[in-house]
Every structure is written in structure tokens, then in C-alpha cells.
Design a binder for this molecule. Structure first.
Ligand code: ADP
Length: 214
């Protein structure tokens, strides 16, 4: 069983996906995290992805499909939450072809006002070690620059600076937003208001997942 969590960069997908994994027992698959791991270990995929990601563009679909397959294999029989995939129509169709119809239970759109997105992203700080995410103003780490969870260093991701964020939001509008209609047509689309503080968003999201029987 698969739930797709979609939304613009900065909508809070990663934060919510972590909560859903922790509290509802889902296996979170984040393609962004998977790609960053490939960069960290210096694999061929990582080398190919590094400059593309730093510019805020999309990594080729064929690379992502390989990552998706191996992550799904590793999930076993757990319910899966997809964070960051699909990001365009071709990926949405590839996912359907891969898992077949019926397995995708919902596509949840975490919807956040456009003006908040850039502020959320440029203030974000990410742990180099465990990927945990903070915000300089909204949810700072207890000790500046140090991850509360694992003690790793907090950095600004190369694609989180103001200029790259513009590219990412544009790509979201052009490439990713059309998947909302794709899932609407399949009767799988659900919207959750992502403008509230994270715990309130999570309450709405978990209520929705439970009402869907997922
Ligand atoms: P955000 O959702 O905030 O943009 P992610 O960590 O999900 O952050 O993604 C960071 C980057 O990783 C993207 O800008 C893109 O370069 C790459 N990426 C992640 N998922 C995909 C995907 N499904 N297809 C193509 N590129 C991807």
C-alpha cells in the first residue's frame, strides 16, 4: 500500500513524512534523501546527480526509477509513504506501471501559500548526518549549528539559497503541479492545508490517512 505525499518545495513534506513514519509505522521513501546519500558515498549516481541537484533542477527520470525500485524492495510489506516522488507526469505514470493500479491508496497534496514557501526554504538548516530539518526562526536547534537528534552539523543545503529556490519553485509549477490533476482523475487526490504549525498539519494528515483506512 502506497501513499504519495506531494507539494511544493518547502511545503513540509519531509517533516510530515518523518512523523507519519514514526507515529503511524509507515516506511518513508524520500528520493531527495536517497539521492543525497548517493552523493555522500560518491557513487556514480551521486556524481551524476550532484550538480543537477545543486542547481535545483530534476535528476533524470531513469535514475529515479532505479532508486524507487530498490527503495520499494527494501520496504517489504510495510505501508509506504512516498516523499518527493513522483515529481512529473512521466514519473507518475512510471509509478503506476511499476506497482499496478490499486496499490496507490491516496495522493495527498500538502498545500502551502506561495509566499511562505521561499521563507521556509531559505531559513531551513539540514543535518549532514541524519537529514533532520530545522528552521532558523520557526524551529531552531537547541544549540545553533548542531543537530538535536544526532549531534551532526547543520548546514544550508546548496539548493536552499534564494536563487536556486526560484528555479525549484518554477519547476514545481511546470513539471510537478500537473500530477495533481493526474491523481484527481484517478479519484486519489486529497488536499491538506500545510500552512499551520507542523503538529496541527500532522493531526489533519493522520486523520485523513486513518479515514482512508490506510
Ligand atoms: P524539496 O522537496 O524541498 O525540493 P527534496 O529533498 O525532495 O527537496 O529534493 C531535492 C532535489 O533532489 C530536487 O530538487 C531534485 O534535484 C532531486 N530530486 C528528488 N526527487 C526527485 C525526483 N523524483 N525526480 C527528479 N529529481 C528529484
Amino acid at each position: 500500500m502506497i501513499v504519495v505525499l506531494t507539494g511544493a518545495p518547502g511545503a513540509g513534506k519531509g517533516t510530515q513524512a518523518d512523523l507519519i513514519a514514526e507515529k503511524l509505522g509507515y516506511k518513508k521513501i524520500s528520493t531527495g534523501d536517497a539521492l543525497r546519500r548517493q552523493i555522500q558515498i560518491g557513487s556514480d549516481i551521486g556524481k551524476q546527480a550532484q550538480s543537477i541537484m545543486a542547481e535545483g533542477r530534476l535528476v533524470p527520470d531513469s535514475v529515479l526509477l532505479g532508486i524507487l525500485k530498490s527503495e520499494l524492495d527494501a520496504a517489504g510489506s510495510k505501508p509506504v509513504l512516498l516523499d518527493g516522488y513522483p515529481r512529473n507526469l512521466a514519473q507518475a505514470k512510471a509509478l503506476q506501471d511499476l506497482v499496478g493500479t490499486g496499490l496507490i491508496k491516496a495522493a495527498v497534496h500538502l498545500d502551502v501559500d506561495y509566499q511562505s514557501l521561499a521563507n521556509r526554504i531559505t531559513g531551513r538548516r539540514t543535518c549532514v548526518q541524519c537529514g533532520a530539518s530545522y528552521h532558523v526562526a520557526n524551529s531552531p536547534a537547541r544549540v545553533e549549528g548542531v543537530c538535536d537528534k544526532c549531534g551532526g552539523s547543520l548546514i544550508q543545503r546548496p539548493d536552499d539559497d534564494a536563487e536556486k529556490v526560484k528555479t525549484r519553485l518554477q519547476i514545481y509549477e511546470n513539471d510537478t503541479r500537473p500530477i495533481l490533476d493526474f491523481y484527481r482523475d484517478l479519484g486519489l487526490y486529497h488536499r491538506v492545508d500545510g500552512n499551520s504549525p507542523a503538529p496541527k498539519v500532522f493531526a489533519e494528515l493522520s486523520g485523513l490517512l486513518q479515514s482512508l483506512g490506510t
